[in-house]
Ligand binder design. Structure first.
Ligand code: GAL
Length: 657
């Protein structure tokens, strides 16, 4: 694999010359250079502009635009335009369109309207990507490619019919070999679901009663995720062949949940993602309270933004990544889309660097005066006048940020099989994988700890002192082995539901912790899903004054070799263990942020991992030679006697600190 990373922190912008008059191009490129931008991303939705009808090509506008940016010294990332198959192509091959959960065909008229498994569409993509790659392979300003755009986003990973549904039985046959094995793996004895021919197996939607078999759903999700990986690989193969000097990346999305990003991003040179901190809190974080949403309405929440950065850095083994779309004004797609606070664009850019980004590309240069994103801002207003983000970028100097050499001692484990299994059967309408994950991650960040977020199988790449595993409910044998391998020399903290399911999504036959039994020292007795009006007190065994209130989820354990650290003080689990410890492994069964934070804090202290209680909205990130302190509050704050301005950051060399 052609691995690259960039040591110098640089900035750029997403631009759409095809949306503005040609007469404006030169001025836009000149403004971009004067802003200190060095990258521009182009053409990721431009298929119909390049090929307005089948076999008729209009390259001249893109040739000219590229030359205009090149003249100003900008380097170019081209998007393969496959997220938007043109109308003529859909008319010719309507079967390309995906099918929604209600069995309806999704129509042309927006974007991402294709089934990743469609062979016809894949062939069309090969054709356009080959033509585009050949045309720009040797242009000196073109340096890299973005495949498609936000693969799987906006609910487009899964198509419940068409090419996907047709291909699914083959995928299953390849995986299981026989129908007996599949029936066994899915537990099809239940409700007489056994299959006697591969073609009988369909997509898991519109089943007669509301829930399909969770193992069926899990495999369909895995299959659709694999289809995206295959779909992208076809493009990567062409680009590698035709443009061997160019880098290849892909722009993933906020809290991406539908596609296995560890698989999707593996063949890339580096990973990118699209950061919209305000929408991230408003639209994606449905677990956050109205108070939190109000407090951070104009900045986004620092932990939600950094969590995504840490995930994307982890996907490329801690090498640097890019933010391919950085919010730089109000967006248009959340329930509410406030203007960012003064300073937020600079703050987000600096925070991205602190968490490992080597490139921040703002979305977008000039606001569109037509179509779906009329209400979205850019660095320039629709009339071409600079908007607030423009002024901020103008005064942001990426040159002050040194090479980031962060090296965390703490890992947080993340995995898509667990995410899917958890969310298919949350057993409590207020719970989700991300809710539980954020509880543990947030506790670490509130304690000033910088972390790596990795897949369990990446544990073999680097030695960590503390490994926190918030919600690994499904462990494949490979993941379980990786965890067991590091257990003798690592402190491990597990959250509720850990190791509850086998690789097929079934509950483990011998009970929870079937695979991790040697390091847990106990077994599940029961789990209790609490409505929001119910709570359970949890008390420390050695100190009756120390107690916490758990909500939404409590599970209790029977110990053999483990020691009970906390137990329940009321309700059906009264007297049973809520937190247990065996050697250096702690298992937490009760959802209480205070409890989780206390346990993490004690373990960090024991391991001499530096912790410091951070004020609300203030966070510190270890960047190797420096620390970056960010203040996401719209009021002044202070940290260690240092004054922090509202919505601002400070880069602090470690020696002076
Ligand atoms: C992203 C997408 C962009 C644009 C942007 C608006 O998800 O990649 O094309 O739609 O959102 O915020």
């Amino acid at each position: 694999m052609n691995q690259r990373s960039f040591s110098q922190f640089s900035l750029g912008v997403c631009d759409y010359p095809e949306h503005v008059d040609e007469i404006d191009w030169a001025e836009h490129a000149r403004q971009q250079r004067k802003l200190g931008l060095t990258w521009v991303r182009l053409a990721e939705f431009a298929w119909a502009k390049i090929e307005p009808s089948e076999g008729t090509f209009e390259w001249s506008w893109l040739d000219k635009a590229i030359d205009v940016y090149a003249k100003e010294g900008l380097s170019i990332v081209l998007g393969t335009p496959t997220a938007t198959p043109p109308a003529w192509l859909i008319s010719k091959y309507p079967d390309i369109l995906p099918i929604d959960e209600n069995g309806q065909v999704k129509k042309f008229g927006s974007r991402r309207h294709y089934d990743h498994a469609s062979e016809v569409y894949r062939q069309e993509c090969r054709r356009i990507v080959t033509l585009m790659a050949n045309r720009y392979a040797t242009h000196p300003a073109v340096k890299g490619w973005q495949t498609d755009n936000e693969l799987g986003h906006e609910g487009t990973t899964v198509s419940y019919g068409g090419a996907s549904e047709k291909r699914f039985p083959q995928w299953l046959e390849h995986k299981y070999g026989s129908l007996e094995a599949l029936n066994q793996a899915w537990g099809n004895a239940f409700w007489s679901q056994d299959y006697s021919a591969w073609e009988q197996i369909k997509a898991p939607n519109l089943t007669a009663v509301r829930q399909a078999n969770p193992s069926h759903r899990l495999d369909y999700q895995r299959f659709c995720s694999d289809m995206i990986v295959e779909f992208q690989q076809l493009q990567i193969d062409i680009l590698r062949d035709v443009c061997p000097e160019h880098f290849i990346t892909h722009n993933c999305v906020i809290f991406s949940a539908e596609c296995d990003l560890y698989k999707l991003t593996k063949p890339l040179d580096f990973v990118s993602w699209d950061s919209y901190p305000i929408g991230m809190l408003e639209f994606f974080a449905d677990w956050e309270s109205e108070d939190v949403k109000t407090e951070y309405a104009r900045t986004g929440h620092p932990d939600l933004v950094s969590l995504n950065h840490d995930i994307y850095r982890g996907l490329c083994d801690q090498r640097s990544f890019w933010v391919m779309e950085q919010q730089c004004g109000h967006a248009n797609w959340a329930q509410y889309n406030p203007i960012p606070a003064q300073g937020a664009v600079k703050l987000w850019s600096a925070q991205a660097w602190a968490h490992g980004a080597s490139g921040v590309i703002y979305f977008r240069f000039r606001a569109s005066h037509y179509a779906q994103e009329i209400m979205h801002s850019g660095l320039l207003h629709q009339n071409g006048q600079p908007d607030r983000g423009y002024q901020e970028v103008q005064s942001f100097d990426p040159g002050i940020f040194p090479t980031n050499t962060q090296n965390s001692r703490v890992a947080v484990l993340h995995d898509y099989d667990s995410l899917w299994s958890y969310n298919h059967q949350p057993h409590n309408q207020d719970l989700s994988y991300w809710y539980q994950f954020v509880m543990f991650y947030g506790a670490l960040r509130e304690l000033g700890v910088s972390v790596d977020i990795i897949h369990p199988t990446q544990l073999k790449n680097k030695r960590y002192d503390l490994v926190v595993s918030p919600a690994l409910t499904l462990l494949t044998p490979e993941s379980a082995k990786s965890v067991l391998d590091v257990a003798p020399y690592t402190t491990l903290i597990f959250g509720p539901r850990t190791d509850f399911r086998d690789q097929y999504g079934k509950a483990a036959k011998r009970g929870q912790f079937e695979q991790l039994a040697p390091i847990i020292g106990g077994k599940l007795i029961n789990f209790d899903s609490l409505r929001p009006t119910l709570q359970q007190d949890v008390q420390e065994e050695d100190d009756s004054n120390c107690s916490f209130t758990a909500s939404l989820w409590c599970e209790s354990y029977d110990v053999d070799s483990a020691k009970v650290l906390y137990s329940y003080r009321q309700g059906p689990l009264h007297g049973q263990a809520a937190v247990i410890q065996y050697k250096q492994t702690i298992t937490i069964g009760a959802l209480s942020k205070g409890l989780i934070k206390t346990i993490i804090k004690e373990q960090c202290e024991q391991l001499s991992i530096k912790i410091e209680e951070m004020p609300d909205g203030v966070r510190v990130t270890d960047c190797g030679s420096h620390e970056l302190v960010v203040n996401f509050n719209q009021q002044r704050s202070s940290w260690k006697g240092m004054a922090l301005l509202p919505v601002d950051y400070k880069l602090i060399p470690k020696v002076e600190h």
